[in-house]
Design a protein around this ligand. Sequence first.
Ligand code: GAF
Length: 384
Amino acid sequence: MMTDTDVAARAAAAFSDRFEGAPDGLWAAPGRVNLIGEHTDYNDGFVLPFALPERVVAAAARTDAGWSACSEFTDETVRFDDVSPGAVTGWGAYVAGVVWALREAGFDVPPARLAIASDVPVGAGLSSSHALECAVLTALIDLGELDLPLEDRPRLVQRSENGYVGAPTGIMDQSASLRCRAGHALFLDCRTLEVEHIPFDVAAEGLAVLVLNSNAPHSHSDGEYGARRRSCEDAARILGVPALRDVPVDGLSDALKRLDDEVMRRRVRHVVTENQRVLDTVGLLRSGRIREIGPLLTASHASMRDDFEITVPRVDIAVEAALMAGAYGARMTGGGFGGCVLALIDADRADATTAAVTAAYDRHGFAAPTPLVAVPSPGASRLA
Ligand code: GAF
């Protein structure tokens, strides 16, 4: 596994290669794994992500006018003065969107040059694009000495994502990248944005969270994400509540009786039961009972598979194989339609669990998954 230092060195080297001189500083923002609480964020519900050691690093410096960005992933250097929505497209929109959202919020954003490097796997559902936006935001805030409290930063990144990039995502990923702490999971109330840092020292318990990238192609994920969100919002309107967060789990069967559409009933059941699973998981973790969260993770997966219908065979097969190999619990993590599976395992079972999933993939003709052991890590910060 690469470290911040490797990625930071690459970002600094990219800066010197493409721009003149050295950067004023280096800023890093992590990808995330969501332990539990999927598609609950835009329903004003609860989530429990933690930040990864894998990070996006922005090497950045103030300049005289405009913004320029380059990345180790492409030869293209994006330059722009105009940040109106639509003016910058492609990967540069993730940079321009942050500038736009800061200006919309009334900030005097410093002109800057930014060089990006990253070891967050791309297209794996580990939030690489939010990590990019959060690294850019953190760099611009420091370069411009902007007064934007930490707790207000996720909303601004969400505004960039929704209003500029054009993805109707919720508030979880930015919150994780910006607000997580090492050794903890972030219990976030997505309505009030209150957080509680829940100790999640898996290593001290002889455990590990193994993350396996299914490498399944993310076909149709954008459209399906929007469709799930609309279905939840329509259901809340029919039920006469501000959001599905307001349907208590003991009121679920009554609520379901008031919905005619069978698909909508399943969507609601997922969200309402998933919120409860987050609360139950937090309860167990608060009393140090980490192993016991396993069945909640596995139940979350079943709910995503059967009710929310956002899994694909490759992630279902990985979950089943990990459980057969002795995992305490396993589930898909992230937006769905591919991406990663996480499994709570004994720390010495990472290779055996990966081998079991690889063998199952082999039987189905799928290429081997890519493993990483996820260590709860700190949120965005200045490195140098
Ligand atoms: C994606 C989104 F960006 C999040 O806001 C969240 O909805 C997640 O999918 C599903 O839990 O990562």
